[in-house]
Design a protein around this ligand. Structure first.
Ligand SMILES: Nc1ncnc2c1ncn2[C@@H]1O[C@H](COP(=O)(O)OP(=O)(O)OP(=O)(O)O)[C@@H](O)[C@H]1O
Length: 370
């Protein structure tokens, strides 16, 4: 194991046959950071992680630990801990032996192996299960063993590939807190792959959003949440309302957009001019139901479907001009209600549309807007 102050990925690329799975990934990871690689299925997350781990050779680019080039080293010489979705435990070894395995392979003195294993067992709270075999453990406990095994030799970097995806919803939340706690108490540097934006937002210091093998945005959870760089990222970050429109007027950071027979005022993100085709993005929780008396972005609509979601209701509504939209509210609403909706212009983001073939797939868009 060797500690580092920075790990640098420089133009890391990987092709399979003629297909680009990952293109020009540039990323600098500071020691102690928790980085999430996020994106839809097939965007290249696991490819990036496997390139880092040394399980996949790069087609182009390089990886540096401070001044030392490491992409030419085999996995075992990189000294990274790995946690996979399938826990990959040895079924015939006890919990204790599974956790101690890496230390034995490294030929650590017996006493140190015993001490470090006990410490890792305590960290993941498995003291009562050390003599069991993996088959006698629940999914969450097995994943804890996998995590303990990855951190027991104090690796300079821990790589996790969708470690929680086999667990049920409640366990997933518990383990999420556990992973964050471990990260903080051990000061680990972690790269974590997930397709779950909520998981990534709650765990990571910085997120890297990938799409079709290319970085779309790198930023803090707050930046990703409030200011996605393009509408694809917005789509992925929970902006469920994506409407096509055309710019009537752009005035610095403000844009007035015609969309589905309505005039909407929003924040311009990115490069576009008057009359450009754009995509408007709004989160369901940013559509207010108490819009009566609003002067901008007021929409008359009828509530069509309501889902109970604890303190809030999730609803689908249709505006008088035929636009369907998703909203969330704590107010009591029911199907058939006529409502006045409003959207704060700062929460309505306007993006350049890009290629027509991509915006064609946007739902909820009446043909009239084209
Ligand atoms: N061994 C391989 N041979 C050929 N193509 C591959 C191989 N591994 C991955 N790919 C392709 O590379 C692209 C990226 O795959 P990757 O597994 O990195 O995506 P991912 O974002 O991790 O997806 P998922 O969340 O579904 O695991 C995909 O198009 C995939 O089909």
């Amino acid at each position: 194991m060797s500690a580092f102050s920075q790990l640098r990925l420089d133009g890391v690329s990987r092709r399979f046959g003629g297909q680009d799975a990952l293109t020009d990934l540039d990323l600098t990871i500071e020691t102690g950071e928790f980085i999430a690689l996020l994106g839809p299925s097939g965007c290249g997350k696991s490819t990036a992680l496997n390139c880092l781990a040394g399980l996949l050779p790069l087609t182009r680019g390089s990886i540096w630990q401070d001044e030392r080039r490491i992409d030419t080293l085999p996995p075992e010489r990189r000294g990274f801990g790995m946690v996979f979705q399938s826990y990959a435990l040895f079924p015939h070894l006890t919990v204790r032996a599974n956790i101690a395995f890496g230390l034995r392979m490294r030929r650590l003195p017996k006493e140190e192996t015993r001490r470090r294993t006990a410490e890792a067992v305590r960290l993941v709270r498995l003291e009562d299960h050390v003599d069991k075999l993996p088959g006698q453990l629940s999914g969450g406990q097995q994943q804890r063993v996998a995590i303990a095994r990855a951190v027991v030799f104090e690796p300079s970097l821990v790589l996790m590939d969708e470690p929680l995806s086999n667990l049920d919803a409640k366990l997933r939340l518990e383990m999420r807190t556990e992973i964050r706690r471990l990260h903080q108490s051990l000061g680990l540097t972690t790269v974590y792959v997930t397709h779950d934006q909520e998981e990534a937002l709650s765990l990571a210091d910085r997120l890297v959003v990938l799409r079709e093998g290319r970085v779309q945005q790198i930023g803090s959870p707050r930046e990703l949440h409030t200011r996605p760089a393009n509408w694809h990222v917005a789509d992925f970050m929970g902006y469920r309302n994506l409407w096509r429109g055309r710019v009537a007027r752009r005035d610095g950071s403000r844009a007035t957009v015609e969309s589905s027979g309505q005039r909407l005022l929003g924040e311009a993100v990115g490069d576009f001019a008057d009359h450009a085709d754009v995509v408007v993005a709004v989160r369901p929780e940013d559509i207010r139901v108490d819009g009566a008396g609003e002067t901008s972005n007021a929409l008359s609509a009828t509530i069509e479907v309501v889902e109970y979601q604890g303190r809030e209701l999730a609803a689908e509504a249709r505006t008088d001009t035929g636009q369907s939209l998703h909203l969330r509210t704590e107010q009591r609403i029911a199907p058939g209600d006529q409502v006045k909706l409003a959207i704060d212009p700062q929460r309505l983001l306007v993006y350049p549309a890009g290629a027509t073939a991509e915006t064609d797939r946007l739902a909820d868009t009446p043909a009239a807007t084209r």
